[in-house]
Design a binder for this molecule. Structure first.
Ligand SMILES: O=C(O)c1ccc(O)c(O)c1
Ligand SMILES: [Mg+2]
Length: 631
């Protein structure tokens, strides 16, 4: 289907917006009148520019407060419309959106609305144009799609049809089911916007909080499929009013927008993408470290029971392992870097079909990450996530470990290159790392999840990215008050949570006063006995205040001995309504930005201990104050 975007969706002048829409691959635009009014280009110049960029002007909008007025005002409104038709003629646009009136003098009279809209449609038809009537959710008398349809049906004019906007339809209680029964050809235009479910004034909700399809909780596939059932064959057009998108890089927002439409079409079956393969686990997490943060992380990993098992054959890269938990420390940092810091630069996940994972990513405009590798090294193709993290996608049987030379076992006792290795030409006579499991360590078994704080402008983009590109589903969404501001979190995971990423962001753009750790990142490992694990650790864990345990005992009515055990080991606790329990502990912040978490999930607990996040943040702040020497 034809894909369009309203100019209001992205930031900038009309030139910026058109350039961004065309670069992202859109076929057309909805031209917002304000964008034209402030433009130095004449309508004819806009038309030429759009044509040069391969963009059609699919809709001109909005035309407001037209219907159910007295005769004198009707005449004025028709004159006003004629002037807009002149602009449209110059633009080469043939459809104008008329939104239901919000004017105080508009009256509640469907016959009058139908008659006056028919007169407007007459005028439009004389110019070869058409009117798409849209019920604003806050329209004075017409605020639901079915009401606007009753009026359009009553007017019965070939140049008058409906504009259905998913926001106005799905934000109201009226069921969208009947859309499928709208007379064929009477839906002139379809506008798509998602949104979070908020309890607030609907106009404010619409003007500030709309999202691209797939970023909120509205049933966009259900909405569009009903319009398709009614024979709609026009553009799928995004109309998203969003405070963040309005001030973000338009080129990037347009790509995000295109990804949302492509993913929606994939779900609708109107566009076929390579299906998202099943993701089966976390293979490793890579940290970029330097001469100061590297030793700090090595000490911590050793204290957490990890063994330095391998050294990369050609790069300053170390592999650390404990059961199925794997950390890669990469000292070959490229790009801007604050001395002494560490960060999660990449993570690797296993996929049933890595090639298909990459093809799907490409079809959804997710940038591929060029993987610099030497001959004979395992192919680890990567996709770049919205926060810049590289995501390697590898097959469960691909032996990327063979790129590492063993640092732990005598050469004679190691097997040579396994048959499933992608590497064929050993670059060194040292033994390659075989698939020997590392030691039991402190009982950390597998990576439970990654925690990645997102850049403020890209949180919704990130959610859509993980859903659409990797095929992950939402498993938790929370908002909570933390010491340095309100936080929002959203976790995405594959089936059985084999791959899981928790995304967090501050609810408001951070201010200048930002004493908390900037954009912290972490890896959580799972154990089945956190008390035994805690006892085996030789790294200091994050101290948790006594006040927390006093409150915990009261909140959950916990046994005194149990709370004493938690407190002794710095273990935090949470319980879900069905009795599932989480026991978890943290390390202090390492390398200025990263930390580790250990979790024990009991009884099917699925969440992330969000109520404990503020406790962790305060403790990490306190810990920094007490361990960082004054400047
Ligand atoms: O917020 C508005 O006024 C407005 C204008 C035009 C639209 O298509 C719409 O959905 C909302
Ligand atoms: Mg609209």
């Amino acid at each position: 289907m034809r894909r369009s975007i309203a100019t209001v969706c992205v930031s900038g002048t009309l030139d910026d917006k058109l350039t961004a829409a065309a670069a992202a691959g859109f076929d057309g635009i909805e031209l917002f009148e304000n964008d034209l009014v402030v433009s130095a280009w004449s309508p004819a110049e806009v038309r030429t520019r759009c044509a040069d960029l391969g963009l059609g002007i699919d809709l001109y909008q909005p035309f407001r407060d037209f219907e159910t007025v007295d005769d004198a005002l009707l005449k004025k409104n028709l004159d006003r419309a004629e002037r807009k038709f002149d602009v449209m003629a110059e633009l080469g646009a043939d459809t104008v959106l008329v939104c239901s009136s919000v004017h105080p003098s508009a009256v509640d009279d469907d016959d009058l609305a139908a008659a006056q809209l028919a007169r407007l449609a007459d005028r439009a038809a004389q110019r070869g144009m058409r009117i798409a009537y849209e019920a604003l959710a806050w329209g004075r008398h017409v605020s639901t799609w079915d009401h606007s349809w009753r009026i359009v049906r009553r007017a019965d004019h070939p140049a008058l049809g409906l504009c259905l906007d998913s926001f106005h339809v799905l934000s109201r209680e009226v069921s969208p089911d009947g859309i499928a029964d709208i007379t064929r050809g009477k839906i002139f235009f379809l506008q798509l916007a998602d949104a979070p479910r908020l309890r607030m004034d609907v106009l404010q909700w619409s003007r500030h909080h709309r999202l691209f399809p797939g970023q909120g909780t509205f049933d966009l596939p259900g909405f569009v499929s009903r319009a398709l059932a009614a024979g709609y064959g026009g553009p799928l057009s995004l109309e998203v009013f969003n405070d963040v998108f309005r001030q973000s890089d338009p080129a990037r927002t347009a790509v995000d927008a295109m990804r949302s439409l492509t993913a929606l079409e994939d779900r609708l079956g109107t566009r076929r993408l390579p299906a998202a393969p099943t993701l089966t686990g976390h293979a490793f997490t890579e940290f970029a470290v330097d001469g100061r943060s590297g030793p700090e992380l090595r000490t911590a990993l050793r204290g957490l029971g990890f063994t330095h098992t391998g050294q990369h054959r050609t790069k300053p890269v170390e592999l650390w392992e404990q059961n199925s938990c794997r950390i890669v420390l990469n000292s070959a940092i490229t790009g801007p870097h604050t001395p002494g810091t560490a960060s999660i630069s990449a993570f690797a996940i296993t996929s049933d079909d890595p090639q298909r994972s990459l093809e799907r990513a490409a079809a959804l405009s997710a940038p591929a990450h060029p993987n610099v590798r030497e001959p004979g090294e395992a192919e680890l193709a990567a996709i770049t996530a919205p926060d810049g993290t590289s995501i390697f996608v590898t097959h469960p049987t691909a032996n990327w470990r063979a790129d590492f030379l063993s640092t732990t076992t005598p050469a004679s006792s190691l097997s040579t290159t396994p048959t499933d290795s992608l590497s064929t030409t050993p670059a060194s006579s040292s033994p390659r790392l075989a698939s020997t499991p590392a030691g039991a360590g402190a009982g950390l078994l597998v990576t439970d999840h990654l925690g990645l704080t997102q850049p403020f402008d890209h949180f919704d983009e990130a959610g859509l990215f993980y859903h659409s590109v990797l095929g992950l589903d939402d498993v938790a969404a929370e908002e909570y008050a933390a010491p340095f501001g309100l936080m929002r979190s959203r976790a995405v995971a594959g089936p059985n949570r084999t791959v899981c990423v928790a995304l967090t962001v501050a609810l408001l753009r951070r201010g200048e006063w930002a004493p908390a750790v900037a954009d912290p990142q972490h890896v959580a490992f799972a154990t089945t006995d956190i008390v035994a694990t805690a006892a085996a650790l030789t790294v200091p864990v994050l101290p948790v205040p006594a006040n927390y345990y006093a409150d915990l005992a009261a909140r959950f009515d916990l046994d005194g001995d149990f709370v004493a055990t938690l407190s002794r080991h710095g273990i935090l606790y949470d319980r879900d309504p069905s009795g599932g329990e989480l026991l978890h502990l943290y390390t202090p912040v390492l390398g200025g930005r990263v930390f580790f978490e250990i979790v024990e999930r009991r009884g099917g607990y699925q969440r992330f201990g969000e109520p404990n996040a503020p406790v962790r943040m305060a403790a990490q702040r306190h810990r920094r104050l007490t361990t960082t020497p004054p400047a």
